[in-house]
Design a protein around this ligand. Structure first.
Ligand code: BEZ
Length: 188
């Protein structure tokens, strides 16, 4: 195991029985992101695959409230999680938050359609993480077979000039409690 500024990784070695061959698999982050960590530099997508938004660039030099959901258009995310942030976005911005960002492991067209349904324009940036690269880099993913497999746990985060200042991960991965808009402490 070895630690870098932004990630903790391990090499996984599988030894094939009866053989001396060892198979080295891809290095994986093995510890979830923590308060004080720097966000990784990963490209997300807004509206279309042609429109990259690098998350490290987006969070540089400002305070950002970011929340992640298991899936666009799912009941809990549509009825509770996203609407709470849409309702509170103007107040958060008046209080000094530069951007409010929603991330999901979905494609950018789905995120754009979901945002249009909830009037997020000018309030919440709807950023797609289609291959889960950002969520994997944070080690905040979960396997949700009913939604097709790898998705994000539900969480909220305050990022101050690139560093995680507050982190609220739902204890069961998908519940609607500590990560809701009315719980996030972004004023510190
Ligand atoms: C939801 O309604 O938010 C939800 C549905 C299925 C899996 C995870 C979340």
């Amino acid at each position: 195991m070895f630690r870098t500024a932004t990630s903790v990784t391990r090499g996984v070695v599988a030894v094939v029985k009866g053989s001396s061959r060892a198979i080295h698999t891809t290095l994986l982050r093995m510890a979830p992101v923590q308060v004080g960590d720097t966000l990784p530099s990963v490209d997300l997508f807004e509206d279309s695959p042609a429109n990259k938004v690098n998350i490290a660039e987006l969070v540089s030099g400002k305070k950002v409230v970011l929340f992640a959901v298991p899936g666009a258009f799912t009941p809990g995310c549509s009825k509770t999680h996203l609407p709470g942030y849409v309702q509170n976005a103007d107040k958060m911005k008046a209080d000094g938050v530069g951007e409010v960002v929603c991330v999901s492991v979905n494609d950018p067209y789905v995120m754009a359609a979901w945002g249009a349904q909830h009037n997020t324009k000018g309030k919440v940036r709807m950023l797609a993480d289609p291959n889960g690269n950002f969520i994997k880099a944070l080690d905040l993913g979960t396997n949700l077979p009913p939604l097709g497999g790898f998705r994000s746990k539900r969480f909220s985060m305050v990022i101050n000039d690139g560093k995680v200042q507050e982190l609220n991960v739902e204890p069961d991965g998908t519940g609607l409690s500590c990560s809701l808009a009315d719980k996030i402490k972004y004023k510190n």
